[in-house]
Design a protein around this ligand. Structure first.
Ligand code: MG
Length: 155
């Protein structure tokens, strides 16, 4: 078995749609980045690449490459799984935490888990998504950013 960890953070700004865990969440702000800046999927990609010892998301999908401008992070996740699944058969489980002061993530977590499971061709019960605020502390607490951590087990 192989374990990988991923972490990511993006600025939360006005005038951008919010994509998180591969789904669109209606909100007044969105995450800023070269791609759609889906901080949860980026942490998941890094965890998958980490478990497979294949580097990190920036190596494979550099934000200096115009080909990735505005790209859906689901495409990045599909490509990441393409790299990882060439060497590993299955994902044991995925556990992730989203750090967001607002909006409430709870109502969307099942949809995120199902979307991720579909992309990776695994049962949704292998995907767990948690969310926490930071009690108003720091960049996440002031709604200037969202962050995510993710752990993946490969079999
Ligand atoms: Mg990122």
């Amino acid at each position: 078995m192989r374990i990988g960890i991923g972490y990511d953070i993006h600025r939360l700004v006005e005038g951008r749609p919010l994509f998180l865990g591969g789904i669109h969440i209606p909100y007044e702000k969105g995450l800023l980045g070269h791609s759609d800046a889906d901080v949860l999927l980026h942490a998941l990609c890094d965890a998958l690449l980490g478990a497979a010892a294949l580097g990190d998301i920036g190596m494979h999908f550099p934000d200096t490459d115009p080909a990735f401008r505005g790209i859906s992070s689901h495409i990045l996740l599909e490509r990441t799984w393409g790299l990882v699944s060439a060497r590993f058969d299955t994902i044991g489980n995925i556990d992730a935490t989203v750090f967001a002061q607002a909006p409430k993530i709870g109502p969307f977590r099942n949809a995120m888990a199902e979307r991720i499971a579909l992309t990776l061709a695994i049962d949704p019960d292998r995907v767990n998504i948690k969310a926490t605020t930071t009690e108003g502390i720091g960049l996440v607490g002031s709604e200037s950013a969202m962050a995510a951590m993710c752990v993946v087990l490969l079999d």
